[in-house]
Design a protein around this ligand. Structure first.
Ligand SMILES: Nc1ncnc2c1ncn2[C@@H]1O[C@H](COP(=O)(O)OP(=O)(O)OP(=O)(O)O)[C@@H](O)[C@H]1O
Length: 261
């Protein structure tokens, strides 16, 4: 991880178009049965994410608190791990209610570890086995942190960005965010943009959204076309999620993150 974020900085956010292929097959097809079968052991370090929770945060990922479950460590944690409720994680009652309506009433280890840290505004790198609930681990705190955001009326960039490597994942995460926000009955503008969208669709970025779900390649295009402005992102972005972080390693995107945070 240190190597990933500690690489050479880029001089220009819009430079370096060697981003990941957005047509890469969607690796996340986790469904309920997959989740149930995964148990809480055997984490195989196959996914990571970063949440940038504060302007004062350190730019070097190796300084971040890391939730890093490997097979050996998870056994120890399984023995000692305290099961916590959504309430004990500090989750907003509206989100808990939304989860309960979908029959999700128990927390998973990655959610127990990650959600409180993210709510505290810490930067987090987390990895756990497919189907272990990582998406909710970052998705639940995100709107919650925006519930209390009175909304800077003059903001010119999204408050939160979720970046995923493929269009399929983008659509999937976008729908999950929309569904959570609808269930909570809060007014948050959520926008999805991908490289396959026509220029006129980028008009949705004007406004701008509270939460933007996109891909690195598309963000690069948006920066080049001025649909997004690097300076505005630096000023207004409060939360950044990189889902499937390993895909972004050694790409221009690492440099971009260094600039944006
Ligand atoms: N606490 C929970 N209780 C029950 N089901 C859950 C819980 N958290 C998530 N799920 C469900 O488990 C499934 C897999 O979760 P999710 O997609 O978050 O896994 P993931 O760790 O992100 O997987 P991947 O590495 O493939 O992205 C989803 O259907 C999700 O709705």
């Amino acid at each position: 991880m240190a190597e990933t974020a500690g690489g050479n900085g880029s001089d220009n956010l819009a430079n370096g178009l060697d981003g990941p292929d957005e047509d890469e097959p969607d690796s996340r097809k986790g469904d309920q049965s997959e989740f149930e079968n995964s148990g809480h052991g055997g984490y195989d370090l196959n996914m990571e994410y970063v949440e940038n929770g504060g302007r004062e945060s350190n730019h070097m990922l190796h300084h971040l608190p890391a939730i890093d479950y490997n097979n050996e460590k998870i056994k120890e944690e399984d023995e000692e791990e305290e099961v916590k409720t959504w309430e004990e994680l500090g989750l907003d009652p509206r989100l808990i209610s939304a989860l309960n309506k979908n029959g999700i009433d128990k927390t998973t280890p990655i959610q127990i570890s990650g959600i409180p840290l993210i709510l505290e505004g810490k930067d987090v790198v987390a990895r756990a086995k497919t189907g272990s609930g990582k998406t909710y681990a970052y998705l639940l705190p995100l709107p919650q942190k925006l519930f209390s955001d009175t909304g800077a009326s003059k903001k010119t960039a999204p408050t939160a960005m979720i970046l995923v490597p493929t269009r399929e994942l983008c659509q999937q995460v976008y729908e999950e965010v929309l569904s959570l926000i609808a269930a909570c009955k809060v007014q948050l503008k959520v926008v999805q943009v991908t490289s396959s969208m026509a220029g006129k669709d980028l008009a949705a970025l004007a406004g701008p959204p509270d939460i933007l779900v996109s891909t690195p390649a598309c963000i690069s295009t948006c920066l080049q076309s001025d649909a997004l402005k690097a300076n505005s992102i630096q000023e207004f972005l409060q939360l950044l999620v990189l889902d499937e972080l390993f895909v972004f390693r050694r790409t221009f995107f690492c440099h971009m993150v260094m600039k944006m945070t």
